[in-house]
Design a protein around this ligand. Structure first.
Ligand SMILES: *Cc1c(COP(=O)(O)O)cnc(C)c1O
Length: 352
């Protein structure tokens, strides 16, 4: 402590879901994909492990920005890429969300948002979700709002709002930046990307970690009008010129090009989500309507913390948040069918 800056002393960092090395663990705590990444992406990465690694990568990751622009019907100047969407979001907090008036986000949402706000000394206020744990966009019409960040679908609830709602929010807040974190949108949400052309205040953030099964690669990106993207680049180029390595760019490009594999993977997760939801309902859980690759479930009688602990003893890991309004919920990643079966067997033993 004695050598720490006052800033380092004051931080309360984000705690990611644990990554223990336990044989046979059913790991449903960090929303990773149970499926392997695209075989084409793996092949491209093996091929990229060559002599060229002695050279720095392209600082703006042009190949990946061009591929993503074409995929989303935008131009490369509308795309910013980073080392995971956590890094992209961190840059957005400093580049776009720090203002004199407070940043707004839901009281129940991705728990990294208050951490970045603290890191960058950003004033913020939380806006309560409604009684159905849903974002109610009219509640964001406050006198003092400097910026807004929303995850859609929201985390850890999995609940999504419509593109129409996002459009209405952008209209109501045309004078401040709005960041929409679409980490889970591929699993059933409506993307805000078509709203970019008409809304100079919108940034959409995406990740390869969930729907593209590449959490280990660390690739995320932001889409928006070029003026906003430029602000992100200014922060990035004041922090790390080369956030994406050559292998990551090769893998990410090939993953985007493998659309058939991507669509097939999404179908499997969505099917298994329906199965897991049905099984857990039978066991007495109430489950929020999920548009994500996880479900947020509360048992009618058993306490969340106790269930999480009892599951861990049976080598099943789920995420439990000891936070107001959600302490009785478990956030359970959708795994493969055999993982759902093991989860259900364990819960059955615990509850009966
Ligand atoms: C997982 C997640 C991220 C971060 O993803 P990375 O790209 O792996 O850094 C961002 N936002 C939300 C809401 C997430 O759940």
């Amino acid at each position: 402590m004695e050598f720490w800056s006052a800033k380092a002393k004051a931080l309360s960092p984000y705690t990611p879901g644990e990554q223990p090395r336990i044989e046979g663990l059913v790991k449903l705590n960090t929303n990773e994909s149970p499926l392997p990444p695209s075989p084409r992406a793996l092949k491209a990465m093996r091929e990229a492990a060559n002599d060229s690694l002695r050279l720095y990568p392209a600082p703006e990751s042009d190949a990946l920005r061009e591929t993503l622009a074409a995929y989303h019907g935008l131009r490369p100047e509308n795309v910013f890429v980073g080392n995971g969407s956590d890094e992209v979001l961190a840059h957005a907090f400093l580049a776009l969300l720090k203002h004199e008036k407070p940043l707004l986000f839901p009281d129940v949402t991705y728990s990294f948002y208050p951490v970045w706000a603290q890191l960058y000394d950003i004033a913020y206020e939380t806006v309560p979700l409604d009684e159905n744990m849903c974002v109610r966009i009219d509640d964001y019409r406050r006198n003092r709002a400097g910026a807004i960040v929303l995850a859609n679908p929201n985390a850890p609830t999995g609940v999504a709002i419509s593109r129409g709602d996002i459009a209405r929010m952008l209209e109501q807040h045309a004078d401040i930046p709005v960041v929409v974190d679409e980490a889970y949108v591929d699993f059933g949400g409506e993307t805000a990307i078509p709203l970019i052309s008409d809304n100079p205040n919108l940034i959409v953030v995406r990740t390869f970690s969930k729907s593209r099964a590449l959490a280990g690669l660390r690739v995320g990106y932001a889409l928006g009008q070029s003026r906003l993207i430029e602000a992100l680049s200014r922060v990035k180029n004041s922090f790390n010129s080369y956030p994406l390595n050559r292998i990551a760019v090769a893998g990410a490009v090939a993953a985007v090009e493998d659309e058939a594999y991507f669509q097939h993977s999404l179908k499997q997760i969505v099917t298994e989500r329906a199965n897991a939801t049905a099984r857990l309902s039978e066991l007495g859980f109430d489950i929020l309507p999920s548009s994500a690759n996880f479900i947020f479930a509360r048992h009618k009688t058993a306490k969340g913390a106790e269930l999480a602990r009892a599951l861990r003893e049976r080598a099943v890991l789920v995420r439990h948040f000891n936070a107001p309004r959600i302490e009785d919920f478990l956030r359970i990643t959708i795994g493969a069918a055999e993982q759902t079966a093991k989860l259900v067997t364990a819960l059955d033993a615990i509850l009966n």
